[in-house]
Design a protein around this ligand. Structure first.
Ligand code: IPM
Ligand code: MG
Length: 357
């Protein structure tokens, strides 16, 4: 049996995970899969009910599951919590660290029927297929010391950017393995002209590249990469980079494909795999049946593929999404001339119907 912890979280997280769960049920019935979904409290919802973003019951649920399907967390209500209670730190970052999920895969794929939804010109974005591989359990997000203290001018704050050889090696290695099953190119992104940690990153990445003579390799500075992504995105196949650069570049890559609402992610390499859309909890549209559930639904497909090795059911979900988009259905974030705007529920229903067809 496949045990899945479902953590809806806050804001639109609740609506989009509901649709993803329905899609999983549909695909499960169709292919006779043995999936067990158990819901847990996480994020602001958990904070309000238990006083912490990641309560012990949820920790146990995660530790006894094979995979986590997460919606999104956060909202203005919890924005002023102190650092040691912040939802992102106590909840999301602790979950990632605890799971040991160091490799965050964020595929930015342009669907042919979505070309007009991008803010960039069709010839620049049509055919984009980029896999952003973001290091997820190191770097600035976790480095110590992390502090804030009084200072004659007001305050002084410190974050620490730290990487070890092993942390770089394992993520870059994974990027090369992924590239072998794709178009065979890896771009490693760093800031080696300024940062010591980036010089180590580049050195290790170049050493790993020696093991893969069949894969094309280049190192690129992060500012140049940000520019190249909007200038000529089709030059990229697999992009591998440290945590913070990956956070920023994956939002940029997502937007090339039309909407951040479309992008799924897989966080793998540890004891429990985590699947989540790359967007946030969008409090401004929460509860309005407007959010795009596709990023979460595609995350569920990635879960079937990477954690449970169920390639055919995963493909069935992806094909269903493609067909619904081809038929012209769009949530509000991806409308284009001539498309039909539907709500979160209807989009989920349409995708279920296609899975079942
Ligand atoms: C993401 C998000 C998170 C991150 C936030 C919510 C902490 O932006 O998954 O990209 O920065 O990792
Ligand atoms: Mg982000």
């Amino acid at each position: 049996m496949a045990k899945i912890a479902l953590l809806p979280g806050d804001g639109i997280g609740v609506e989009i995970t509901k649709q993803a769960a329905l899609v999983l049920e549909t695909v499960s019935a169709k292919y006779g899969l043995d999936l067990e979904l158990n819901e847990g409290l996480f994020g602001g919802a958990a904070y309000d009910q238990t006083g912490t973003a990641f309560p012990p019951e949820t920790i146990e649920l995660v530790q006894t599951s094979d995979a986590v399907l997460l919606g999104a967390i956060g909202g203005p209500k919890w924005d002023s919590l102190p650092a040691d209670e912040r939802l992102e730190i106590v909840g999301l970052l602790r979950l990632r660290k605890m799971a040991g999920a160091y490799a965050n895969l964020r595929p930015a794929v342009m669907y042919p029927s979505m070309v007009d939804s991008s803010t960039l010109k069709p010839d620049v974005v049509s055919g984009i297929d980029i896999m952003v591989v973001r290091e997820l359990t190191g770097g600035l997000y976790f480095g110590e010391p992390r502090l804030r203290e009084p200072h004659p001018t007001g305050a002084r704050a410190v974050d620490t950017l730290e990487y070890t050889t092993l942390e770089i090696e394992r993520i870059v290695d994974l990027a090369f393995q992924l590239a072998r099953g794709r178009r065979g190119k890896v771009t490693s992104v760093d800031k080696a002209n300024v940062l010591e940690s980036s010089r180590l990153w580049r050195e290790v990445a170049c050493a790993v590249a020696q093991k893969y003579p069949d894969v094309e390799f280049e190192s690129m500075l992060v500012d140049n990469c940000a520019m190249q992504l909007v200038r000529k995105p089709k030059q990229f196949d697999v992009l591998v980079t440290e945590n913070m650069f990956g956070d920023i570049l994956s939002d940029e890559a997502a937007m090339l494909t039309g909407s951040i609402g479309m992008l799924p992610s897989a966080s793998i390499g540890g004891d429990v795999d985590i699947y989540e859309p790359i967007h946030g909890s969008a409090p401004d549209i929460a509860g309005k049946n407007m959010a795009n559930p596709i990023g979460t639904i595609l995350s569920a497909a990635m879960m079937l593929r990477y954690t449970f090795r169920l390639d055919e059911p995963a493909r069935a979900i992806e094909r269903a999404v493609e067909r619904v988009l081809e038929a012209g259905y769009r949530t509000a974030d991806i409308t284009s001339p001539g498309s039909r705007t539907v709500g979160t529920d209807e989009m989920g229903e349409l995708i279920c119907r296609e899975v079942d067809a």
